[in-house]
Design a protein around this ligand. Structure first.
Ligand code: AMP
Ligand code: GLY
Length: 429
């Protein structure tokens, strides 16, 4: 069967890598993909939100299954459009993508279902929000309702930070209409983990737990990024805790949506804060995590395409998923300056050496093949803030970390930046 994967980053490279191993996979297309995937897939130059373009491509190329990586096409209604055309597609409908696309929708659903989440209030007017804020204490969290490229959440240490965040979202309209509504919510303290499941509408396959590292610098310092590395499993998520997270956070949502006649199909990601009162949901995402997926896919032994097809067909009941018990660590090599201004087009050296190391896999997030006047061959150049996800498995966390950083040190580009403490929490435990 021909498969079309939508997306361009490291998460999509990890998915493509796993999809390409499936006995069910015929020709694999990735739109728009990146050049780092071109050895396993055909790169198709169509943007993720060009729904008509993707649909026409899928029809013309006899695509039997389309898999959506990022949230944007989902919130644009790609699943609805493909379903209407009678094409198989993995992901939730536009209405359900609101779980990520609208924080107000998501929080109100959690409240209705009794899913543990921080207490919150929703505001549509700046004056009302400000008045409410003045009666609260810091730390406090301000969230723009809509998608804001991961920048719409501000965890405010002081009241002045909180007022500035409110002003930025509601008055300066930094995120446009995504700031029409704002959530002011209590700040939760604890350790964050990611729990991702694949749902067929009624049944789920639970992926192994993982943990992201959102801050740019070691020791969780500096500004938030799209994620600087991940590891799986997260030892803090014991079997009991996972059961609790599924029972209090995931199943209530899956069941309620099924009962309402709008079954949720696709990947569902719960961002969890483990507080001293138990696990609380910070957010739901309607897709796989990035960079969590890069640390999870190398551990998945079962056929991902089979799981996704079963999810679309409503056929995941009693599915037994198999995992490699070895932990996996994935470190992001970023462009110096990221998440602020950075340069692109830096020559990347050492990719061949690193990828030949045992149990090392390199997923490309932002690279492209290019050539300068003096070069005889094409070579990989940096082409984004997050450039590579350098990933390794090991018999235990220490070995996985050591191997991963050995590969990281074999790779070089000008102003390459990476955290040196990915998975440190797993070691501490
Ligand atoms: P969200 O997109 O809602 O997950 O928010 C992004 C990040 O902000 C989360 O991964 C947390 O690190 C942080 N965050 C969100 N909500 C809260 C909260 N209520 N308390 C503490 N941190 C939060
Ligand atoms: N790693 C965070 C996310 O995918 O939203």
């Amino acid at each position: 069967m021909n498969i079309l994967l939508v997306g361009a980053g490291g998460r999509e490279h990890a998915l493509a890598w796993k999809i390409a191993q499936s006995s069910k996979c015929g020709k694999l297309y990735v739109a728009p993909g990146n050049d780092g995937m071109s050895d396993i897939a055909e790169i198709v130059n169509i943007k993720v939100d060009d729904i008509d373009g993707l649909l026409n491509f899928a029809k013309a190329n006899k695509v039997g299954l389309t898999i959506v990586g990022p949230e944007l096409p989902l919130t644009c209604g790609i699943v609805d459009a493909f379903q209407k055309a009678g094409l198989k597609i993995f992901g939730p409908t536009k209405a359900l993508a609101q779980l990520e696309g609208s924080k107000v929708f998501s929080k109100e659903l959690m409240k209705k279902l009794g899913v543990p989440t921080a207490d919150f209030k929703v505001f549509t007017g700046y004056e009302d929000a400000l008045k409410y804020l003045e009666g609260k204490k810091s730390p406090i969290v301000i969230k723009a309702d809509g998608l804001a490229s991961g920048k719409g959440v501000v965890v405010c240490k002081s009241m002045s930070d909180a007022k500035a965040a409110l002003q930025k979202i509601m008055v300066d309209r930094a995120f446009g209409s995504s700031g029409d509504k704002v959530i002011i919510e209590d700040c939760l303290i604890g350790e964050e983990v990611s729990v991702i499941v694949i749902s067929d509408g009624n049944n789920i396959v639970t992926l192994e737990s993982s943990q992201d590292h959102k801050r740019i610098f070691d020791g969780d310092k500096g500004p938030n990024t799209g994620g600087m590395g991940a590891y799986s499993p997260a030892p803090v998520v014991t079997e009991d805790l996972l059961k609790k997270i599924l029972d209090t956070s995931i199943y209530p949502v899956i069941r309620a949506l099924a009962v309402e006649g709008t079954p949720y199909k696709g990947a569902l990601y719960a961002g969890i804060m483990i507080t001293d009162k138990g696990p609380y949901v910070l957010e739901f995402n309607v897709r796989f995590g990035d960079p969590e997926t890069q640390a999870i896919m190398p551990r998945l032994k079962s056929d991902l395409v089979d799981i996704m097809e079963r999810a679309v067909d409503g056929n995941l009941k009693n599915y037994d998923v198999e995992w490699d018990a070895r932990p996996c660590v994935s470190v992001v090599a970023a462009s110096g300056g990221y998440p602020n201004n950075f340069h692109k087009g830096m020559e990347i050296r050492g990719l061949n050496e690193a990828s030949k190391m045992d149990d090392v896999i390199i997923f490309h997030a932002g690279t492209k093949l290019g050539r300068r006047a003096t070069d005889r061959h094409n070579l990989f150049l940096s082409n984004g803030g997050r450039v590579l996800n350098i990933t390794a498995l090991g018999a235990d966390f220490k070995l996985a970390i050591d191997r991963c950083y050995e590969a990281v040190r074999a790779i070089h580009f000008d102003r390459m930046h990476y955290r040196t403490d990915i998975a440190y929490r797993a070691i501490k435990r």
